[in-house]
Write a protein that binds this ligand. Sequence first.
Ligand code: NAD
Length: 334
Amino acid sequence: MSLRVGVIGAGAMGADHIRTIATSIPAARVAEVYDFDVDRAYAIAQPVFANVATSAEALIDSSAVDAVLICSPDDTHAALVRACIAAGKHVLCEKPLAVTADDSMSVVEAEVAAGRQMVQLGFMRRYDPGYREMRKTLRDGQIGTARLVHCLHRNVSSQTSSTSEGIVTGSMVHELDIVGWLLDDEVDSIRVESPVAEGLRDPQLATIWMRSGVIVSAEVFVNAAYGYDVRCEVVGTSGTVSLVPPTPTSIRRAGMDGVHVRDDFIGRFADAYRLELGAWAEDALNGVVHGPSAWDGYVANVIAEAGVASLTSGVREPVTLAPRPTLYSPIEYS
Ligand SMILES: NC(=O)c1ccc[n+]([C@@H]2O[C@H](COP(=O)([O-])OP(=O)(O)OC[C@H]3O[C@@H](n4cnc5c(N)ncnc54)[C@H](O)[C@@H]3O)[C@@H](O)[C@H]2O)c1
C-alpha cells in the first residue's frame, strides 16, 4: 500500500518534493496538489498524474488523501497543520512550524489534545548523511567531549529571508534546530549581531550558549553572492568532526585549484530531502512520528524569537521554554 499524499504549495520546495516522491519514494505517491496559482498547480500535478484540489481545506479533507505535505509560505503553516490534526491526518510541514512561538504552541496544544503525534517538521538536515555521521561520531565519543561548534550558512541571495528578522526565523532556524540535535543538548541563551546597522542586517553572527556549556558560533549570510555554502565543525577535547561539502570532483585550471561551489540548497540537500520524505512516508503508513516533531518546531521558534530580540537589544537573551508535554519524548533521536 502506498501513502496518498496531498501537497499544498507547488513552488520551489513543493515542486522538488513532488518530483522526489514520484521518482524515489516507493512508499508514497502524490494524489492531490493545491497552489494559490492554479496554472502552477496543474503544471506540477499533471506530470505525476495527480489531481488539482480546489482549496487547501478540500485537499486536507479529501478521501483521496492519506497525509499532507505543506510547502506553502511560512505564515500559512500553523493553521494548515492544525486543520490536518483536526482531520486526523499525518502531516510533514516545511519549516518553520509557525511564524511565532505562540502560534507554534497552538499546534503543539492541538496535537496534545488529539492524543497522538501526527506532525513532522521539515528540518531535513537531520536526515543529511553528513550531519548524521557527525552526530554518530559525537555519540560514539570519537572526539571526546564537545566544547565548541562553528556553523556557517551562506546563500547566493534570498527572496524568502528578506528582512533582518526573517534571516533568523527563516534561515538561521536550521542552525538553531541542528545544534541541539547534534549535541543532544538544549539552547540556554543566544546573542545575534550584525556588522550592518541599517536596512537588511546581513550577514549575522549568532553566539549560542548550550545548557551543557558548549558555545556555538553561527554565521548566516543570505546574500553572500558566490554560492550556497553550509559548513559545520564540532570541536571536542580529543579531535574535531566537520561536514565535508559533497562534491565529486576538483578542478585545476588557469592557475587555480579548487572545487565547484553549488548555488542551491535543493541540490546540496537532495539526499536529505529524499531520506526525509521516505522516512516520513513509512512512518505515516505506520501511524507514528520519529522525525522532528511539532515540539521541535516550537523550540526552534522560541530560540529564533530570542535571537530576534537580541538583534535589537544587542545583548544575550535567555531561551525560556514551556514545560514539555509528555506526548513528546525528551530527545528526538531520529
Ligand atoms: N527545508 C528547506 O530547506 C526549505 C528550503 C526552502 C524553503 N523552505 C520552506 O518551504 C516553504 C515554501 O518555500 P518555497 O521556497 O517553495 O517558496 P515559493 O515561493 O517558491 O513557493 C510557495 C508556493 O506556495 C504558493 N502559495 C502561496 N500562498 C498559498 C496558500 N495560501 N495556499 C497554497 N499555496 C500557496 C505560491 O503560489 C507558491 O507556488 C516555505 O515555508 C519555506 O520556508 C524550506
